[in-house]
Structures are given as C-alpha cells and as structure tokens.
Design a protein around this ligand. Structure first.
Ligand code: IPM
Ligand code: MG
Length: 361
C-alpha cells in the first residue's frame, strides 16, 4: 500500500466549500495518525468553474482528476446558473466528469444510525434495521441516450430524450450488484419498468442471464420501479442491494436517503473499471444555506471515509472517520437538519471541532 495518495478536491458551489473544508481537516488528522499522506489538488467544477473558466468542467479539472488516485467532490449547482444553456450548466459538468472518468457504477449506501432513528419521517419500527445500498448505473440510460433535443414542429415545440441500454452496459453494472450482494446478505433486487419499457425488458433479461450463469447463489428478485418506490416507504428493511438504471436510481436514492432522517448523512462512491473513483455526498449544494455556517458536513465526512476505504484501501482510517461521526451523534450534537429535543445544535464549523475531538476518542 502506497503511503502517499494524490487527491483531487472539487469544492463546487453552495455549501460545497464549507463542508469540503471540514472533510479536509479530518482527513489531515486521520492520515497523520494512520501513517499516510494526502497530496491535495483543488480544482474548479460547476458554477465555480463557470465563473472562473467559463465552462462547468474545464479540461484541466478533468485531467487533474484522471491523474489522481481519488476524487473528492462536495456539491455543484446554484439557481443563478439555471437559465444558462444546458451545455453550460453546473449539472452538465458533473455528468461530464462521470462520463469522462468512466464511472458507470454509483453506490449509495443507506444505513439507519441508531442515534438518528427519531429523525426519520417514518416510524421507528419501519426504519429500524435498514441497511441497504442502491447500485445505480451512472453513465448511460436516459441521461446520456440519443437522440435528444428540442424541435419546432407544425404542432408546436417538442422535446425528447432516449432511454437506452446496451447489453454490455447492463452486464457490467449487474455484475457490481451481484458482487456486492455476495459480500452482503446475498440478496439483490433489480428495479425496472419491464411491464412497459423495451429497455427494461432487456435489462431484466440480462440480469436474469447473469444470475443463472455466474451468481446462482444470490437470491434475485425484480420489482417495477413504481412498486419499488412504494416498498421503500412501506417496508424498507426488506431490501439489501437495489440494482437499477440511471434515472430510476436518481429518484429511488433520494427516497431511500430520506429514510435515514436527513439527506445530509449519506455518502456515495462512483466507480469505473479502472482509474480513480469519485466520492461525494448525495445531497446537493443547498444554496439557501450556503455561507451561513449551517450545513451538515457529515455526509461529506462519510464520503471521505468511503474514499479512504474503497478508493485508497485505507480501511482503518475510514473506520476512524465513521466512528467519529457515530460518537458525535451519540454525544447529542446535531446540525439544524437533524435537530431533536435534548440535543445540542451546532453550526458546520463547530461540528468540525466536535468531529476532530471525537477522533481523539
Ligand atoms: C445526483 C444528482 C445529479 C443526478 C444531478 C446534480 C445532475 O441529482 O447525483 O443524484 O441527477 O445524477
Ligand atoms: Mg439525484
């Protein structure tokens, strides 16, 4: 294991810079303690890159990411860019980064932390024990399909996108899902809309064929996406690995995130077949609270932990960051999004201090 890792840091927009600063403080502390060092390279993306370079994903940012061992990103997007043409929007920068690094597998774990069980909008008995992971295909499907666009017709304006998957794209993401299911409880639920969509029918066929040929020991089930959305709030503990395409995964992962009480707690990893992974919280840039020291930095810190574990094979340091988050919550410290009676409300910077203190034990 190399003891030096090159990290590209992408702060992005809104609360991005504040929460990334917290992750960096913790990474510095934990790397020192665990005997490795991190070389950081900060690069602009999203609105910040539009302001400084005129595009949401400068070539220099993509190059820096490619040359690093892992990429740690905070969040992108802000209403001030919403009226720009699509090619110049912050979201297009993120999609370009995912595509440019070949990050087809997006892993979004949702675990209910016992200290936060009351923060969920669902009843305790519904969310207790939830520990699932959404495996979302990230570089194809309707996000990237062509043709797409907007045309003027005699009957008016018409806009369209294409949801398409090739067999090999389904196979490689399904493989990630099956492998994870093997490491976890051995259950995989594939989510599609095969009762209506041709693309979903191919999806289901390929998942079934891979199951039969390579993963017969995994218990495979299928759900239509509408039913899956309902089951996620009805009985979420039935799920372990949820495998799905780009758009369905986008929607279901936000829904699943809410089980945990706040979207401000959830990290994610996006991985390709080789090269650096991208680690980011699943929440957005929260422009409404940006710069007010009110952001919850915990999903960002947990994303840094995921980077250490999955991207850099620094398991002990990853576990130390996760324990610090658990400990701070157990001590009753909360950011505003998680505030509950009897707890102590902290801003982002004060939460960072408590996380650093928790690292000490
Ligand atoms: C996510 C986000 C992105 C997506 C946006 C910001 C492009 O919602 O990562 O879930 O839709 O993939
Ligand atoms: Mg989303």
């Amino acid at each position: 294991m190399s003891s030096r890792h090159r990290i590209t840091l992408l702060a992005g927009d809104g609360i991005g810079p504040e929460i990334l600063a917290v992750a960096r403080q913790l990474l510095d502390a934990v790397s020192l303690r665990h005997g490795f060092s991190l070389d950081y390279n900060e690069q602009p993306i999203g609105g910040a890159a539009i302001d400084s370079c005129g595009v949401p994903l400068p070539e220099s940012t993509l190059e820096a990411c490619r040359a690093s061992d892992a990429v740690l990103m905070a969040a992108i997007g802000s209403p001030q860019y919403d009226s720009l043409p699509r090619q110049q929007r912050p979201e297009t920068g993120l999609l370009g980064l995912r595509a440019g690094l070949g990050l087809f597998a997006n892993l979004r774990p949702v675990k209910i932390l016992p200290a936060l069980i009351e923060a969920s909008s669902l009843r305790r008995e519904v969310v207790e024990g939830v520990d699932l992971i959404v495996v979302r295909e990230l570089t194809s499907g309707i996000y990237f399909g062509s043709p797409k666009g907007r045309v003027e017709t005699d009957a008016g304006v018409r806009a369209f996108n294409t949801m398409a998957y090739s067999d090999h794209e389904i196979d490689r993401i399904a493989k990630v899902g099956f492998e994870l299911a093997k490491e976890r409880s051995g259950r995989l639920c594939s989510v599609d809309k095969a009762n209506v969509l041709d693309v979903s029918q191919l999806w289901r066929e390929r998942v079934e064929s891979l199951h039969a040929s390579a993963y017969p020991e995994v218990a495979l089930s299928h759900l239509y996406v509408d039913n899956a959305a309902m089951q996620l709030v009805r009985q979420p503990s039935q799920f372990d690995v949820l495998l799905t395409g780009n758009l369905f995964g986008d929607i279901l992962s936000d829904e699943a995130a809410m089980l945990s009480g706040s979207i401000g707690m959830l990290p994610s990893a996006s991985l390709g077949s080789d090269g650096p992974g991208l680690f980011e919280p699943i929440h957005g840039s929260a422009p409404d609270i940006a710069g007010q020291d009110r952001a919850n930095p915990m999903a960002m810190v947990l994303s840094a932990a995921m980077m250490l574990r999955v991207g850099l094979q620094q398991e002990a340091a990853a576990a130390a960051l996760e324990s610090a988050v658990d400990l701070v919550l157990a001590r009753g410290y909360r950011t505003g999004d998680l505030m509950a009676p009897g707890c102590t409300e902290l801003g982002c910077a004060a939460m960072a201090d408590q996380l650093l203190a928790a690292l000490e034990g």
